[in-house]
Design a protein around this ligand. Structure first.
Ligand SMILES: Cc1cc2nc3c(=O)[nH]c(=O)nc-3n(C[C@H](O)[C@H](O)[C@H](O)COP(=O)(O)OP(=O)(O)OC[C@H]3O[C@@H](n4cnc5c(N)ncnc54)[C@H](O)[C@@H]3O)c2cc1C
Length: 121
């Protein structure tokens, strides 16, 4: 973004793209925090470990895919071609919304806890 120029300016000078970078970084940080909390719950034998892990898996894999997809978009046409490697990251991350229990099944686990055991988030 500091190299490619459009309309006479580096891409990084466009505030809309700066905001997108800020949101991407924020989503990734939130995902990291959720994964760390799930790991702490697991280590401590917390009674909500299953729900914390389901929340972290759902959130982190959705956020990871969305952020990678945004990164591809920021690269424009180069993002889509194999030479730059971004498209591979997008493809690799997509499967994690399916693997190890789909994200719909994670929602089933979370909703069951919320609805039937009256747990507040
Ligand atoms: C590259 C790759 C590697 C894999 N490696 C392994 C492995 O090493 N070991 C292993 O055991 N498995 C492996 N799998 C299988 C993987 O775990 C399953 O694909 C995954 O759990 C989803 O199951 P399914 O494909 O049967 O989808 P299905 O259960 O048929 O689901 C299809 C769709 O329906 C949705 N759905 C299903 N039930 C519900 C529900 N109750 N409510 C709402 N939505 C629902 C799902 O979320 C999904 O979107 C792998 C899969 C892939 C793609």
């Amino acid at each position: 973004m500091g190299v490619r120029k459009q309309f006479g300016k580096e891409l990084s000078a466009f505030q809309a793209l700066q905001f997108r970078i800020a949101d991407m970084a924020t989503e990734l940080e939130a995902a990291r925090l959720m994964v760390h909390r799930a790991a702490r719950s697991l280590d401590a034998g917390h009674p909500d470990t299953t729900m914390h892990c389901a929340m972290a898996k759902r959130f982190a894999t959705d956020a990871g895919f969305e952020v990678a997809n945004q990164a591809l978009q920021l690269h424009g046409g180069y993002g889509y071609i194999q030479e730059y490697g971004v498209e591979r990251i997008v493809r690799d991350l997509r499967v994690h919304q399916i693997l190890e229990g789909t994200n719909e099944v994670m929602r089933v686990i979370i909703a069951r806890k919320q609805l039937h055991e009256g747990r507040n988030v």
